[in-house]
Design a protein around this ligand. Structure first.
Ligand code: GDP
Length: 369
């Protein structure tokens, strides 16, 4: 690949190394003229948007560009990684443009949860993050739940504006966009990609029936999410595809839970009580005594404690410890970005340690469920 060769479709610099970065082209496709990136290829031939990712700085430039337009910003977040996938500072960057918050993957929560309660929780958390939104819609792009409402809300709030869809990686943006394309776009007109003015970023323009457009933007990479820190092969185990079965553990202080070799939870101090894990059910949980935890990890990481495998662990950062105090009589989640959370009902309070790869965001929040 010649240095600096650009995609004939969107103008992005071509590269053959990283599939989910802008400009990827398979080696074999280079021989063809004109050379276009895989993303443009899929849009042209299959009318399908693909996930590409960019880092935070590039993304902020793109957001800054949106402020100069008159548009509706549809921000997709993943309910399973709410604090991890919310774009902090979005408000500053979109200027006066209204933001519609679409909360995806509600199918992952156990059935029978009151949707109004969920909505209240999302409202409160969003406000606490300093984000003003014109509306909040809960949906599952994959299971086609709440989708009409998404379309309705976009219709209600956009007036005659264009629509920008923004979100972090893996929140389900492509799944949602592809549903939009299938159900609402004017397929007589082709999808086009275009370079975003002033940046090297490309955005996919999706023509709608009424002549307006929906503009898909690259997914933002947040290094504070476990999903970005694990090697690619582990991602499948982390991202739950089906509803999560919560796992309840009755623990005494001095007990430890391992979530594969991805995280470790130590119950340091407090009365015997239950802790409920909301993590992908593809992950193995191991219970042990706190005093044996270091040894167990040293002897069995990557084997009994997996995923990740031994080799994969070598590509990951070392663990760091987060010490948290759960207040008495509080319904609290111990949230681990990209992995899930541990619910504590905290009747008697608790002192806990959470060990995760360095960089992964850990925080306490009001219980979601
Ligand atoms: P993008 O990176 O934001 O474009 O995300 P994708 O659309 O590629 O989806 C990322 C992952 O989340 C994939 O494994 C999808 O199958 C999954 N996914 C997308 N939407 C949903 C949903 O509504 N529910 C569940 N359970 N998974 C979803």
């Amino acid at each position: 690949l010649e240095q600096g060769t650009s995609c004939a479709g969107c103008g992005v610099k071509l590269q053959t190394e990283t599939v989910d970065k802008p400009g990827f082209i398979p080696q074999a496709a280079l021989a063809k003229e004109p050379a276009i990136c895989q993303r443009c290829f899929r849009i042209k031939n299959y009318n399908e948007a693909a996930s590409v990712a960019i880092d935070q700085d590039d993304f902020l430039k793109l957001l800054g560009g949106i402020a100069a337009t008159n548009s509706l910003v549809v921000h997709i977040v993943d309910l399973f990684d709410f604090e991890g996938s919310l774009i902090s500072g979005l408000q500053r960057f979109v200027g006066n443009n209204p933001v519609l918050l679409v909360v995806n993957k509600i199918d992952l929560l156990p059935k029978g949860i009151n949707p109004n309660r969920l909505l209240n929780w999302v409202q409160k958390q969003t406000k606490a993050q300093g984000l003003r939104v014109v509306d909040i819609v809960l949906c599952s792009a994959k299971r086609n739940i709440g989708f009409e409402r998404v379309i309705e809300a976009i219709g209600e709030h956009r007036g005659n504006r264009n629509v920008y869809v923004v979100g972090a990686t893996n929140v389900g943006k492509s799944t949602l966009i592809n549903r939009l394309i299938r159900d609402y776009s004017d397929l007589e007109r082709e999808l086009t990609t275009s370079r975003y003015p002033g940046t090297t970023l490309d955005a996919v323009h999706i023509p709608l029936d009424d002549g307006k457009e929906i503009i898909d933007t690259p997914g933002i990479v947040y290094s504070h999410r476990m999903t970005e820190i694990v090697p690619r092969d582990v991602l499948g185990a982390l991202l739950p595809e089906k509803g999560i079965k919560p796992l309840v553990y009755q623990l005494n202080s001095g007990q430890t839970l391992f979530v594969g070799a991805l995280a470790r939870f130590d119950f340091i101090e407090g009365d015997r009580q239950s802790f409920t894990l909301y993590v992908s059910n593809a992950l193995q949980i191991h219970r042990t005594k706190l005093e044996r935890a270091d040894e167990l990890y040293a002897d069995h990481k990557g084997e009994l404690l997996a995923p990740p495998t031994k080799e994969q662990l070598e590509e990951m950062p070392e663990w760091t410890r987060h010490r948290l105090t759960v207040r008495r009589n509080s319904e609290t989640d111990l949230f681990i970005s990209g992995l899930g959370w541990i619910h504590v009902n905290g009747a008697s309070g608790a002192l806990v340690d959470i060990h995760v790869p360095k960089g992964v965001r850990v925080l306490m929040r009001d219980a979601l469920i």
